[in-house]
Design a protein around this ligand. Structure first.
Ligand SMILES: [Zn+2]
Length: 335
């Protein structure tokens, strides 16, 4: 009997069958597990009735002025077709986080409320990377800080946000803390740049836009040559300083958190495109600044996935590979 494969019709048919089977298996695997994502900027907080309104993404596309005797500008905007709903309780938020860990295959660097971080971490130890933030020396002594970082639970230092306190990141009162992170090889996330509309008028009178300038990091970096930092919010909107700083300091990365779902979309893409165009696609980390609106995860991932100026490789770098390299993670654990 002649082998079947010598029959041209059967040969084509079996090739076709193989192809159908192969693509079938491919899409079955895809629906089983999405490619991993690392979100380096998630805030754990207890449910708070003052902080539980709905929110429209890209709400800062309209930043009307106000006056001292008028209604203060509202921080977020709820006036859109489908505002994102906040989680109503700690339980609801935790369930949403665990679902995202599983269904969206997201691993998160989480800072904020220690109780909440511990709960999330014990529920999903492989998907939660605890981070310890400190923004002024009154929060914790240097010795206590070193103790906390040394016991192994916290893997990251952040969010460090001296800008809200009217302080430069190079302020000497924070220097010993950065020294601890440098000594222990712990990466540090520092808030620089964006704060929303009317931050200084509404909630943070000490906030200074000028203290978000990326160049303010230089003195601190010079004192800690082995420190690895990422500039949270990518120093938005000071892209020139950001590019110059990254050019001069090879251990500096940025994240896209916050501004990718609050400022106007065109502006976000122009900013991200500029960073990539300047050669820093390998130094951009994906982050959301997630607080209480779980759907923000999908919203923010969509911004990267829809960025038509990024190659597929650049998207994967931003969503995953860059964070693996920066945080010294084991990529094989994500397979
Ligand atoms: Zn921030």
């Amino acid at each position: 009997m002649k082998p079947l494969t010598n029959n041209p019709i059967l040969k084509t048919f079996s090739l076709l069958l193989l192809l159908i089977l192969y693509t079938g298996i491919g899409s079955a695997q895809e629906s089983k597990k999405r490619l991993p994502i690392i979100d380096v900027h998630v805030h754990a907080m207890k449910a708070n009735p003052n902080f539980s309104s709905e929110m429209c993404p890209w709400f800062l596309k309209d930043m009307p002025g106000s006056g001292p005797n008028q209604e203060p500008p509202s921080f977020i905007n709820t006036n859109c077709v489908a505002p994102l709903k906040p989680a109503k309780s700690d339980k609801e938020m935790q369930e949403a986080i665990l679902r995202a860990n599983k269904e969206l295959n997201i691993t998160m660097v989480v800072s904020g409320d220690a109780d909440v971080i511990h709960k999330w971490h014990s529920a999903a130890p492989d998907h939660i990377i605890p981070s310890l933030g400190i923004s002024n020396p009154e929060q914790m002594t240097v010795a206590a800080f070193k103790d906390s970082l040394s016991n192994g639970f916290y893997k990251v230092m952040g969010e460090v946000a001296p800008q809200y306190q009217g302080m430069s990141p190079s302020d000497m009162s924070l220097d010993a803390y950065f020294g601890v992170a440098e000594e222990l090889g712990v990466p540090v996330g520092i808030h620089m740049g964006t704060g929303g509309n009317g931050m200084a008028n509404i909630s943070s009178p000490k906030y200074r836009a000028s203290l978000g300038q990326p160049f303010l990091l230089e003195d601190m970096l010079a004192r800690h040559p082995k420190l690895k930092i990422w500039v949270m919010h990518a120093g938005y909107p000071m892209v020139d300083q950001m590019i110059a700083l990254m050019g001069a300091n090879a251990y500096v990365y940025v994240d896209l958190a916050g501004f990718i779902w609050s400022y106007p979309l065109e502006e976000i893409h122009a900013y991200l495109k500029r960073l990539v165009q300047a050669g820093f696609a390998k130094r951009i980390l994906y982050g959301t600044d997630l607080m209480v609106w779980p759907e923000l995860l999908e919203t923010s991932i969509g911004v990267i996935e829809n960025a038509n100026y990024l190659s597929e490789e650049q998207k994967r770098d931003i969503l995953f590979n860059n964070a693996v390299r920066f945080l010294n993670l084991d990529a094989s654990k994500f397979e």
